[in-house]
Ligand binder design. Structure first.
Ligand code: PRP
Length: 212
């Protein structure tokens, strides 16, 4: 039997994703050792390999078939725009992609003014402003602490993930528009889906039942 390789996004999601996999009998004790520097783990009985990768790289591994399956946030899937099948919503890590800023920026959005938008997600921001709102904006790519941008005057608004909303609140910002809901999704390589259809389908059925 061929190995099935699963790529998990490092970070907040990984632990919860592993817990769900465990409930359907897909286990990997090795991976839980916090001191381990090992990158890839194998479950020999099930012929499954796991690895943890930077979230933004998970769709890349899956598109190229280096991983058959990936577990990653919808934000990353949208931003990366890779060719893959999104097969299951794990309902984990639920949050929203939003346009946020100070209250006074609401008018700038309504009047379609040429504003600056800071974000870690330039493709999502472009798609939203250009294709959905038909508003020309200047997009500025940042890599973290996006909420700083409108505070220090780099941009009028931001496009970012909002979970509890406390980061916005504590910085005098608010949600101005909602772009889309987000959560962890299971993605599958398009060729693997055909070649390993039985095993992958069974895994998805088990996962679906586990999260219901
Ligand atoms: C994310 C996001 C917001 C925050 C939202 O940042 O970019 O800053 O979480 O969560 P909240 O609504 O519950 O406050 P993250 O902590 O991933 O780090 P980053 O600033 O490096 O993007």
């Amino acid at each position: 039997m061929k190995y099935i390789t699963i790529a998990l996004a490092k970070g907040r999601l990984a632990k919860k994703a592993l817990e769900i996999l465990e409930t359907i009998g897909i286990t990997c004790d090795e991976m839980k050792d916090p001191d381990s520097r090992k990158l890839i783990f194998t479950n020999e009985e099930l012929k499954i390999k796991f690895f943890l990768a930077k979230a933004t790289d998970v769709p890349t591994y899956v598109e190229y078939g280096a991983a058959d399956i990936g577990i990653v946030g919808k934000d990353t899937i949208l931003e990366e725009g890779r060719k893959l099948y999104e097969v299951l919503d794990l309902n984990l890590g639920k949050c929203r992609m939003c346009v946020a800023g100070p209250k006074k920026a609401k008018e700038l959005l309504q009047h379609g003014e040429l504003i600056r938008v800071a974000t870690k997600y330039p493709n999502i921001a472009k798609d939203y402003f250009y294709n959905k709102k038909h508003q020309t904006v200047e997009i500025i790519k940042l890599n973290g602490s996006i909420e700083l941008a409108p505070i220090v005057g780099l941009s009028e608004v931001i496009v970012d993930i909002v979970e509890t909303g406390s980061t916005l609140r504590e910085n005098g910002l608010e949600v101005l528009e909602e772009i889309c809901p987000l959560s962890a999704r299971v993605v599958v390589n398009q060729v693997s889906m055909k070649m390993e259809n039985e095993r992958i389908k069974k895994m998805m059925t088990d996962l679906r039942n586990a999260i219901m």
